[in-house]
Design a protein around this ligand. Structure first.
Ligand SMILES: NC(=O)c1ncn([C@@H]2O[C@H](COP(=O)(O)O)[C@@H](O)[C@H]2O)c1NC=O
Length: 511
């Protein structure tokens, strides 16, 4: 029996060579309006779906292929005598190839000014129905949803007159990924419209952005996926201008570096090592901010990831060039800065569009067998109502440093302590199992510089020992959430030691 191909594509790219191959194999091509026109124009014989169904396309294309003459031909099992008999009785003919891709929902809703009605009209119904039916019946049907697969299918048809069983199964799995991902995007869009805050199932979809050479370690396989509808200031939306391809650890670190500088309005530079800030500087210019970030910890920044929230200029580029850095990510680089930095073959240079507002994004982390979902911690110093708990108010300059310490400590793994002075971090205690341990690490790193510095803590002090450690190091002011049953002990100790201490009422755990 003559084979038949059902073709209905919104993305018509690359379709003609496949049509030609099928026609050369004497496969009958049946197609919907716009697709048929293109095939016809190329001089390839094609039958209209309406001629097969005996029914016109109606409702502005909402109903074209939704017909038993199509779906019977897709779903009948060739090895099932009853199915075959029923098809004969109804004069339905089987279909062997389905080449379909769907209405451009993602492109439509990504366009500025897209309306809800535009979105609704771009929800494909007939396409997914055909794709799912063909994929279910993949033992007899090759279903091709991705133009990138046309070439391989053409080769196979030319070589063997048909698509192998193994290939059909792979194509079917891809077809279900395609429709699942398509529906996940629609669900995401619709859920956002309805403000359903805690959906009963999590149906996000990600698209592969990059295959990675390996994961956190060379023996772990890894890939980088991107949320299709996300326009956040994020590493997933970054553009790489120069350097080797990003690694798994690079991506995580660059994400952490960007998160820090996003929280500052003034020029800020962060340097990250293993997901923790090792140096952060704020100043009037990006080059001064980088100098401060560098001076924070000139040892740890070696091999680090640097992010800036302003354009990288010549002056900054000259400083960046002097040290070994894995990545520099910024909103842009001047041409002169690019010329300087690209002299280094391996440094990765990335740009990211800084959005004026950071939309609230949900963060998903996995645990074995499950996922945890929470809002991003977007609160910064500017969002909290800070109250002085001690007799002494911080001085103006102490307030400046407290703000810096608070905005940075949020990005340090708990238990987190940050010492800051002169617009830069000077000591970072990260990831310790007790708070006073983190305080001691931060103070030790700061050394003599700790004298006259301020301290930020991501969570409250359970005892007054951290205040003691702070005073011993020479800290003069502290910012912390407060809220411990024993806050009064810490307040008394701070008063006794002449330290000004303020409470934010907000905790910034980062695990
Ligand atoms: N309603 C239907 O019966 C139907 N059948 C196929 N489509 C879609 O129509 C598009 C192709 O249309 P055209 O060939 O007219 O350009 C494809 O993306 C296909 O998925 C349909 N449209 C969507 O719902």
């Amino acid at each position: 029996m003559k084979k038949r191909a059902l073709v209905s594509v919104s993305n018509k790219e690359g379709i003609l060579p496949l049509m030609k191959t099928l026609a050369d194999q004497e496969v009958e091509i049946i197609s919907t309006g716009g697709t048929k026109a293109i095939i016809e124009e190329a001089g390839i014989p094609v039958t209209s779906v309406s001629d097969v169904t005996g029914f016109p396309e109606i409702l502005d294309g909402r109903v074209k292929t939704l017909h038993p003459f199509i779906h019977g031909g897709l779903l009948a099992m060739r090895g099932n005598d009853q199915h075959v008999a029923q098809l004969e009785e109804q004069q339905i003919t089987t279909i062997d190839y389905v080449i379909v891709n769907l209405y451009p929902f993602e492109e439509t809703v990504s366009k500025p000014g897209a309306t809800f009605e535009d979105a609704i009209e771009n929800i494909d119904i007939g396409g997914p129905a055909m794709v799912r039916a063909a994929a279910k019946n993949h033992q007899d049907i090759a279903v091709i949803v991705d133009p990138n697969d046309y070439e391989a299918v053409i080769e196979e048809i030319k070589a063997n007159d048909e698509v192998s069983k193994q290939q059909k199964r792979k194509l079917a799995a891809k077809a279900y990924r395609h429709t699942a991902s398509y529906d996940a995007l629609i669900a995401e869009y619709m859920t956002a419209q309805t403000e359903d805050e805690e959906p009963e199932s999590l149906t996000v979809t990600y698209r592969r952005k990059q295959s990675l050479r390996y994961g956190e370690n060379p023996h772990q396989q890894a890939s980088f996926y991107q949320r299709p509808l996300s326009n956040l200031t994020s590493i997933a939306n970054a553009t790489q201008l120069h350097g080797k391809e990003l690694s798994y650890n690079n991506i995580n670190d660059a994400d952490a570096a960007l998160a820090v500088v996003r929280d500052f309005q003034e020029p800020a530079v962060s340097a990250i090592k293993h997901m923790n800030p090792c140096g952060v500087g704020v100043a009037d210019t990006v080059s001064a901010a980088f100098k401060k970030a560098y001076d924070s910890d000139p040892v740890s920044i070696f091999g680090g990831i640097v992010a800036a929230n302003r354009e990288i200029d010549v002056e900054t580029a000259q400083q960046l060039k002097e040290i070994f850095l894995e990545i520099v990510v910024a909103p842009s680089f001047t041409d002169e800065a690019m010329a300087i930095l690209t002299e280094k073959k391996n440094i990765r240079l990335l740009t990211v569009e800084f959005q004026s507002e950071t939309p609230l994004e949900q963060r998903i982390t996995t645990v074995s067998g499950g996922a945890l979902v929470q809002d991003t911690d977007t609160l910064t110093f500017a969002d909290v109502d800070v109250k002085t708990a001690t007799e002494r108010e911080p001085s103006d300059s102490e307030w400046q440093e407290l703000k810096l310490a608070w905005n940075v400590v949020k990005h340090v793994k708990s238990n987190a302590i940050v010492l800051a002075k002169d617009g830069q971090t000077i000591g970072v205690g990260a990831g310790q199992m007790n708070r006073v341990g983190s305080a001691k690490i931060a103070a030790e790193q700061a050394g003599e510089r700790a004298k006259g510095s301020v301290m930020g803590s991501d969570a409250f002090f359970p005892m007054n020992d951290t205040v003691e450690a702070a005073a011993e190091a020479g800290v003069t002011a502290i910012i912390q959430p407060g809220g411990s049953k024993r806050d009064q002990d810490s307040i008394d100790k701070a008063n006794e030691l002449g330290i000004a201490m303020v409470f934010t009422g907000v905790r910034h755990f980062k695990h």
